[in-house]
Design a protein around this ligand. Sequence first.
Ligand code: UDP
Ligand code: MG
Length: 316
Amino acid sequence: MTKDLSILIPLYNEEESLPELCAWIDKVVRGMGIQYEILLVDDGSTDGSWKTIQALWEQYSVIRAYRFGRNYGKSAALDLAFSNCHGKVVITMDADLQDSPDEIPKLYKKIVDDGYDLISGWKQKRYDPISKTIPSKLFNKVTSIFSGIKLHDFNCGLKAYNGKVVKTIHLYGEMHRYIPMIAKQNGFRKIGEVVVEHRARKYGVTKFGLERFIFGFLDLLTISFVSKFKRRPMHFFGSLGTLSFFLGFAITIWLIYEKLYNQRHHLRVRDVVDQPLFFLSLVAIVVGVQLFLAGFLGEILANQGRKEDYIINEVI
Ligand code: UDP
Ligand code: MG
């Protein structure tokens, strides 16, 4: 059954926040007079979150909830929610009350009335420790340059989507930080942002430490790389391999030519193993063949059982 709005909430050990959060969402969205659902994904909490969710489920008929067997991470929780929601508009938010449910009507309007594919929240004024805000500025700058998307706050948990968009987004690892980038790669270009209220964490603790910057950066590389070459690894490995092979080949020719020339003109002839260039050409040829082979194998693997998720805009 389709709904007007799905609200997706990934959570990990947030038992204290949940009752307040659900009551607040219900109050705000009920006033909008639309059909909606709340999807809670318990990402393997070890506190009483699931018990709390069960009680809330009895209380609110709009709630559906999933519970992972262990902690898979925020991306996995969002991925599950994306596949299982039925809203024409989808809003994601964090469970810790740092995102305010009061923003929901504004975000909803942006998608429905202004026709945006994706609207990202922008926590212009943030209530987080400085160890988080400064690296985050850097992260946003780099991602913005890399992706060509002008957003100030890629990783804001509060986002709104056209329901079609989330069905094309498959997340794993820590890729939730790059959702706007993935949406753009999937052909959804109308991406905007609105300033949203941010609040200090009231209960519980943050679930992300400093390692997120390293993992986050690696994910950025994966996303840019995989989207480009996932279906055609030969273009990447093959071109590098060919380049390397021909470099080695050219050096070999040069070495042979030089030797013959010197012999002919009775100049001093050096042993081939006495020349650095020889080793360089050897390495270049071997590496070139290896890269080429990697591309070839990659191509076979990538196209096995191939079924492309083409996004079709219209059929008449
Ligand atoms: N979260 C999750 N799985 C995890 C880590 C976090 O579902 O492994 C949820 C968490 O419960 C919260 C949201 O993701 O609802 C954002 O996490 P957090 O508030 O810790 O991040 P921060 O605001 O500190 O960036
Ligand atoms: Mg938070």
